[in-house]
Design a binder for this molecule. Sequence first.
Ligand code: NAD
Length: 291
Amino acid sequence: MTETSTFRGLPQRVGVVGAGTMGSGVAQTLAQAGYHVVVVEPDTAAADRARDAIRDGIRLAALLGRGGRTAGADAPGRVHWADRPEALHDTGFVVECVTERQELKERIFTELDRCTPPDTILASCTSAIPIASLAARTGRPGRVIGLHVMNPAPLKETVEVVRAPLTSDETLDVTARLLASIGKRPLVVQDGPGFVINRVMMLTIVEAAAAVSEGKADAATTDALFEQCLGQRMGPLRTADLIGLDNVDDTLTVLREHTGDSRYTPPPALRELVAAGHYGRKTGRGFHEYK
Ligand code: NAD
């Protein structure tokens, strides 16, 4: 990585915990920008899938001329694999991207607090869990922040950055500069369940799925209304398929638990797909079919 004013003072080694959809996309983006990335993923099959996805993603980005000057043959070599958080002992910034379960993330934040240097910034990619509740599991709440990156991470230029009540100005500044160094812009919001995007978007997904459950329209028509009548790039059900319906279900649970608002209840059409293991794009079938 070059030492321009944007990069000066930024950590050279960044940790990513969890190498599913988001963790692999975040790790790819960081490696393409020149960072050494330590990825912690205890599930061997998930780590193998992520390794392939990152290698293919970097190759595609290089072919398309995306990902900056350093994207290319040496980027996969900057990704280092581990199955335990102790491997993060020399990282200066960590992005947690594990499954959307509050008790799991809280446990990970306790471990990260133990395993990383005290000044390392701990960021969470959570979709809805208040950042303050993760920060409370550490002895460094000022250095904890939300980094709600969207999927696919390498292609999204703007990130919902969540400032918890105790997040320091310095943490926000380093995070903004780290995002700039990987070609992304922050939009900063205050903490709260679902932040701004998912507080709103999850209700849209629920209502769209409810319209399907009630037979008002099928999934294709529902999405076409948003895409063709409203000009949105992707309708709510196709968006849910891209996120992963398992993740949508987990996010709705978090939102219900934190707000007590029953509007965040999955309607039958969504519940049935999740129960059948049809999680959307990643399994080839959700509200829509994927090749
Ligand atoms: P995913 O299910 O694809 O991946 C989660 C990964 O976490 C899995 O590989 C799993 O093995 C790993 N994991 C579980 N326990 C772990 C542990 N103790 N240590 C290390 N790794 C562990 O989920 P995802 O879609 O990548 O979502 C990850 C996070 O990002 C969630 O909080 C989710 O809400 C959020 N998010 C998802 C999207 C999206 O579109 N999918 C968008 C923004 C934010």
